[in-house]
Structure formats: C-alpha cells, structure tokens
Design a protein around this ligand. Structure first.
Ligand code: FAD
Ligand code: FES
Length: 337
C-alpha cells in the first residue's frame, strides 16, 4: 500500500536494476571503436543471466529517442570471460536506428534490457577436424565469438570487407595467423570485387571436406547454399542470417488497432505490423525481425493477418498469437499492444 500505484519492485529497479529477480537487464560499461562504423559494446548482465554458447546471439532492448527498440546481436566475447561481462559488436548501417545509436551515441552507464542468449549457429560438442569460416562485413561477429572461445586444430577463414580498414577485429585475426591458429584470406571487395563462390576451389581447395560456418549478406549466403547443395555437401554448411531472405507475399492491408495504446493506423498489406507499430510509437517487443526468435509474439484480438513469408492468413480467436515481424494486416485487425 505504501508504494501504490508503483510496486516495491519498481523502487528496487531504481536502486538495483541488475539484481536477481528483476527483468533481465544489462548495463553498458564501455564502448570501444573497432572501425569507422563498428564498435564493441561491453555489457554487464544482471543476476539472471544464464551464459551463452559461442556463436549465439542476444536480443537487447534499447531506448532510442524515447522508444524501446529490440534487436539481435551476436555475442563476441568468450564464454569464460572472468569479469562476467559480455560483448556485442555492432556495425552501423545507413539509416539504422539501433546500430547507429549503439555505435555513435551509447554511453557507459546506460541500462538496456536483455533476453537470454539463444541460437543454433554454434560448434558441435565434438570438435570438427577441419573448419571453414566464411564471413563478410558484420557477419564476422558470431565467428569471432567462436574463435575466441574454442581452439581448433585446422581453421581456415575467408572474410570479405570493402577495404582492409573495414575488417572488424583485423589486428586480432592477424595475431591468430601469426600464432598459426588460423589461416586467413581477406577479400577486399572494393578492389577484388565480390567473392565469386567458385573461387573457393582456389582459395580453400579442400572446402568441401570442411565443416563450414557462414555469416554475411544474403547474396553470399544464398550463393554458398546453392554451391554446397550442387556439390552434395549441404549438411556441412551452417549459416546465420542477420536479415530475412524471404520474398514478401503481399495482399490487401487494413486498419490496425493497437488496443492497449488506443492507436489506429492504416496499414498496407506488405509492411510488417512490427514496423507499423514502431513507426506509430507503440512499444513493440522484437528481436531477429525475421520470424526465427519469437521475440515479437503478440495476441491477435480481432481481424486477420497475413504471414508475409507464405501468404497464409491467420484469423483472430482466443489464444491466437502472431509474430508481428512477419505478419501484415489482411483487412482490419486488432492486436494487443
Ligand atoms: C541473429 C542475428 C544476429 C545479429 N548479429 C549482429 C551483430 O553481431 N552485429 C551487427 O551489427 N548486426 C547484427 N544483427 C543485425 C541487427 O540485429 C540489426 O538488424 C542491425 O543492427 C540493423 O538495425 P538498425 O536498427 O540499425 O536498422 P533499422 O533501423 O532496423 O533498419 C534501417 C534500414 O536498414 C535495413 N537493414 C536492417 N538490418 C540490416 C542489416 N543487418 N544489414 C543491412 N541493412 C539492414 C532495413 O531494411 C532498413 O531499410 C544480427 C541480426 C540477427 C537476426
Ligand atoms: S522478432 Fe524474432 S520472430 Fe519476430
């Protein structure tokens, strides 16, 4: 009664936001520049943090201009870091709200929301004899988490970036090469052009025998999946996508009501409800933004939505949940946000 209308935990959040039992939070303790447009963010997770496996990612909720936005970032620190802190490494993309905020404006001391780490882009328990890491741009991040965590006998890496100075973690990678822990080929796309996947025969002649982890833009991953499939070795290829590769199946839109906030917006049939809500200032949880993490699920109270990946229509009924990142309005609809 003394604390009404707030709860006692609301006051505790003010003095001890990282305590056990609070919603999982983290505190940004440092931001280190890596390249002109990439930075590593050092985070101290709160008490409930369960730890990660190398290669996994974490969803973080960050306040940008007063709006809580959720994004997923691969963890780049090793699992055995003594001080209990974890790092993510973010590349600012043109017009990117969260990435530019984290790289250019995030300040030590800032509290962020965290989710438990997740993802299956990880090494198997039994160490593979020969590994290839195929990465480009910020796609190096989950692989750096693995390189820092687990020493393997025979590791080759092919990494693409526009120029040498754009290679994130370049100094550390060259240190591993000098210590004979890694064989590295850098492809500088400004001078060499985009990597033609067929060049792997020349760069890594035994690529087909290697267990491969690939992360980078859709073009590289699509080409790799095609190439590995053509050679009949697709079971050796593991990929991580930072953006969806889905072709959008659009249809008619409709009026969307966010009933908890009382906002009503006219939506087209091709824009995810997540984007519609965020643009209207509605608090929308999310993570991967491509239908894999279920961080955006929300009850559909009325009307219908279309799954942008398949065109499938879901109609409201008690207990029906939708993934707002891959659902668009299919006529008028009402969602609980
Ligand atoms: C599993 C997973 C792990 C990830 N790990 C990392 C990581 O370690 N480091 C990292 O920097 N990013 C990572 N990402 C991408 C990250 O979650 C964000 O998508 C990215 O930072 C852009 O967010 P934003 O708010 O800046 O851009 P937004 O404001 O959401 O988008 C701005 C514009 O950029 C486009 N866009 C969105 N994402 C990308 C992208 N990745 N590349 C190019 N254009 C894009 C949008 O279509 C839009 O036009 C990961 C994503 C996933 C799903
Ligand atoms: S944000 Fe990950 S499934 Fe929607």
């Amino acid at each position: 009664m003394v604390t009404t209308p707030l709860l006692p935990s609301d006051y505790l959040d003010l003095v001890s936001p990282l305590r056990a039992g609070a919603d999982l939070c983290g505190r940004i303790e440092a931001v280190h520049s890596e390249t002109d447009d990439a930075a590593t963010v050092v985070i101290r997770p709160g008490r409930g943090w369960r730890g990660h496996t190398a290669g996994q990612y974490v969803r973080i909720g960050v306040d940008v201009d007063g709006v809580r936005l959720w994004r997923a970032y691969s963890i780049t620190s090793p699992t055995n870091r003594r001080d209990g802190r974890v790092t993510i490494t973010v590349k600012a993309i043109p017009d990117g709200k969260v990435s530019n905020h984290l790289v250019r404006r995030a300040k030590p001391g800032t509290l962020i929301q965290l989710d438990q780490p997740t993802g299956d882009f990880v090494l198997p328990r039994a160490k593979p004899a020969k590994v290839l890491y195929l990465t480009a741009g910020s796609g190096i991040t989950p692989v750096m988490g693995m390189l820092r965590d687990i020493e393997l006998d025979d590791v080759v890496m092919v990494h693409c970036a526009p120029q040498p100075q754009d290679v994130i973690f370049r100094k550390e990678l060259h240190g591993l090469v000098a210590d004979k822990k890694l064989r590295l080929t850098e492809v500088h796309t400004d001078t060499d052009g985009k990597l033609d996947i067929a060049r792997l025969d020349e760069l890594v002649p035994d690529w087909a025998e290697r267990e491969t982890w690939a992360c980078g833009p859709a073009g590289l991953l699509d080409a790799a999946e095609e190439h590995w499939t053509e050679q009949g070795v697709q079971e050796h290829l593991h990929t991580e996508r930072f953006r969806p590769s889905i072709a959008v199946v659009a249809g008619d839109g409709g009026e969307v009501t966010f009933n908890a906030t009382g906002k009503t917006i006219d939506a087209d049939g091709a824009t995810p409800l997540l984007d519609i809500g965020e643009a209207a200032g509605v608090l929308m949880p999310s993570g991967c933004r491509m239908g894999i993490c279920f961080g955006c699920v929300t009850p559909l109270k009325a009307g219908a939505v279309r799954d942008l990946r398949t065109g499938e229509i879901t109609e409201a009924a008690p207990g029906v949940l939708i993934q707002t990142c891959v659902s668009a309005a299919a006529g008028p609809c009402d969602i609980e946000r």
